[in-house]
Design a protein around this ligand. Structure first.
Ligand SMILES: Nc1ncnc2c1ncn2[C@@H]1O[C@H](COP(=O)(O)OP(=O)(O)OP(=O)(O)O)[C@@H](O)[C@H]1O
Length: 242
């Protein structure tokens, strides 16, 4: 796209049953960078990701990805176009092993061994529990598996819903490393996150949602340096780490 955005939402509305959840979302996700979507509980962040992925159908507006309109595309079409999604509930197959969960996400069921080694380096527990059923993993290990599944094949865009929830600090560091590696490999990331402390040094761009609309977009560095803006947009107070 001429403006450098890989993904663009224009005036997107989403209804869930009788509820009007997204009320005209305008969002541009620049290519090759990490954009963080912040906002209070219930603002509509997860609904935005699910609408991009075609899991909810937009009732109005337009979504374009890599120059192609995907507003009415099916979820499998959107995945094939190059978007991977890690939902908040992770969607692990609990009766399948770690290996089988990952194999399902690998095109033609085969692993690229260099890519698998990179994933094991980021999340060593997945190697250790390779043959363990997904349902027996801890919450943090399930989160690692869900992310590994989304990155086992190269994708242009990765949508991730609150990945740090329940993760130990060491694993959160690995996650930060994974995002840096992915960006270096030309993957664009749109991340929903409540943990401002985690994302303030990580994301290049930020968008803040409230009541189903984007109420602020800008550089993460600018928001990170402006405590008054954090207080106004996020309800954070000076000295808060979260
Ligand atoms: N399946 C559903 N049926 C009805 N309402 C829903 C459904 N899913 C979400 N909502 C409502 O839509 C609004 C936005 O929810 P959403 O999960 O997108 O918010 P969020 O910003 O991701 O919040 P959180 O940070 O708490 O995850 C909320 O008011 C929620 O109650």
């Amino acid at each position: 796209m001429s403006d450098g955005s890989l993904l663009r939402l224009e005036g997107v509305h989403t209804h869930i049953g009788e509820y009007h959840i997204l009320q005209g979302v305008d969002l541009a996700v620049p290519r090759g960078a990490l954009t963080v979507l912040l906002g209070r509980n219930g603002a509509g962040k997860s609904t935005t990701l699910r609408t991009i992925m075609g899991l909810w159908q937009a009732s109005r507006g337009r979504t374009t990805f890599a120059g192609r309109e995907i507003t009415s595309a099916s979820t499998p079409e959107i995945a094939r176009a190059g978007i991977a999604f890690v939902p908040e509930d992770m969607g692990i197959f609990s009766g399948l092993t770690v290996q089988e969960n990952l194999r399902l996400a690998a095109i033609a069921g085969r692993f690229d061994s260099a890519r698998l080694d990179w994933i094991f380096g980021l999340f060593p527990a997945l190697k250790r529990f390779w043959l363990r059923p997904g349902g027996l993993l801890s919450g943090g290990q399930k989160q690692m598996l869900a992310i590994a599944r989304a990155i086992v094949e190269p994708r242009q865009l990765l949508l991730i819903d609150e990945p740090t929830k329940g993760l130990a600090p060491a694993i959160v560091d690995n996650l930060a490393q994974a995002f840096e590696d992915l960006k270096a490999r030309d993957t664009t990331i749109l991340l929903v996150e409540q943990n401002f402390h985690f994302v303030r040094g990580l994301g290049e761009h930020v968008a803040v949602m409230d009541d189903g609309r984007i109420v602020h977009t800008g550089a993460m560095a600018a928001l990170s340096a402006d405590e008054a803006l954090q207080a106004r947009l996020l309800g954070l107070h000076a000295g808060a780490v979260h």
